[in-house]
Design a protein around this ligand. Structure first.
Ligand code: TYD
Length: 211
């Protein structure tokens, strides 16, 4: 069997991406595809430690230090989890990946975008998603669905608006890879239906060797 494929789910807090990722997993398994689900930050032993630091609402963390910790998590995650799964021919679904860093540390915190891109490239060793589902949702709607207890949930509306705009910019720049799915005011079933349609089309092309 040929190598696997990496599909990522992205979006602001409360956009529903984790829920939809798990529904997508059910769909892929039902289709008989060998599927691995993973997430960032925190999917490795190092990552679990980093996650505590990154999400702490009380530990001071400079934006640049925050960037490096997310990249450290990714460097470990790619080599320990994602790359081996891809080499084993799996469909890897990842909850947040490189676009989170561009959206949050780049657009949200205002760090240099070219530097963030280079950091992502180094951390991943060039392993890049072939498809990204971006759950787009109004900031006020998303934040109302979260509890506001971690470093990012505590940030103000303006920060999350920059993150959302950043995501939409990424989608504009890479329309073939990044598919925007509106999750603001639609029933869950309808949103998931759209996601499954995207996945079906993508996987057909992948299976036929078109990707
Ligand atoms: P998590 O509890 O996993 O949030 P969610 O359920 O919204 O995915 O927390 C991850 C937080 O870390 C989230 O607020 C986004 C942020 N983050 C970044 O700022 N940069 C990154 O590169 C990644 C992976 C996450």
């Amino acid at each position: 069997m040929k190598g696997g494929v990496l599909i990522t789910f992205e979006g602001i807090e409360g956009s529903g991406k984790s829920t939809h990722l798990h529904l997508a997993e059910e769909f892929l398994r039902a289709e008989g595809l060998p599927t691995v689900v993973t997430f960032e930050p925190g999917a490795t032993p190092l990552g679990r430690e980093l996650r505590q630091l990154l999400l702490s609402a009380t530990l001071p963390l400079q934006p640049l230090a925050e960037l490096f910790l997310f990249l450290a998590d990714r460097a470990e995650h790619v080599r320990q989890v994602i790359k081996p799964a891809l080499e084993a021919g799996k469909v890897v679904l990842c909850d947040r990946f490189v676009d989170s860093t561009t959206a949050y540390q780049g657009y949200g915190r205002g760090l240099d975008l070219a530097f963030v891109k280079e950091g992502n490239r180094r951390a991943t060793g060039g392993i890049w998603p072939r498809l990204t589902i971006l759950l787009d949702c109004e900031v006020e709607v998303g934040l109302a669905r979260t509890r506001g207890v971690d470093r990012f949930e505590e940030e103000g509306v303006e920060f999350h608006k920059r993150v959302r705009e950043g995501y939409l910019r990424i989608a504009e720049e890479e329309p073939l890879r990044v598919k925007v799915v509106d999750s603001s005011h639609r029933p869950k079933g309808e949103v998931q239906g759209e996601i499954r349609g995207i996945l079906r089309g993508f996987l057909e092309e992948w299976a036929s060797g078109g990707l």
